[in-house]
Write a protein that binds this ligand. Structure first.
Ligand code: 4NP
Length: 161
């Protein structure tokens, strides 16, 4: 039996960027009337079981986006199950590719901002806000929110990379 596609957003700690992407993707899927399973995880395990970072939650809430869930560390099985794995930055991408390679898993892993309609010629990272000021968190919200509808649209159209 076919199941809805699974999209997995991954950052380092799973307490800032990927929970925000998860919420934005869920919101976009609802708006588009699409049935999609959205998950998020981190490549590191330091924050497993923790809720999203308070600063990230506040910045998202200021923009009307509600973050939920607790942090998880990504597993090879999750990579294998996901139809699309979206890394928040190039470091996360490299770590995920290595994890998949070591586990012998065939995963479809891309940078989240490959879908960003406003991505210019610069790098495609969602910058890690953890050690920075409040502007970094607001920037994450902007980036992931404007990009989420494009992820869903291309997934639906079958034109995702
Ligand atoms: P995230 O941000 O990868 O967007 O969740 C970070 C969270 C925690 C740490 C680094 C980045 N940390 O070093 O604990």
């Amino acid at each position: 039996m076919s199941r809805p596609p699974v999209v997995l957003a991954v950052c380092l700690g799973n307490i800032c960027r990927s929970p925000t992407a998860e919420a934005a993707l869920r919101e976009a899927a609802e708006a588009a009337g699409m049935e999609v399973t959205i998950r998020s995880a981190g490549t590191g395990g330091w924050h497993v079981g923790h809720p999203p970072d308070e600063r990230m939650r506040r910045a998202a809430a200021e923009d009307g986006l509600h973050l939920s869930g607790t942090a998880d560390r990504v597993t090879p099985a999750e990579l294998a199950e996901a139809d699309l794995v979206l890394a928040m930055d190039r470091s996360n991408l490299a770590d995920l590719q290595e994890l998949a390679r070591q586990a012998g898993v065939d995963a479809r892993i891309h940078l989240y901002r490959e879908f960003d309609p406003e991505a210019g010629d610069g790098d495609l990272d969602v910058p890690d806000p953890y050690y920075g000021g409040p502007d970094g968190f607001a920037e994450v919200v902007d980036m992931v929110r404007r990009t989420a509808p494009e992820v869903l649209a291309r997934l639906r159209a079958g034109t995702a990379p």
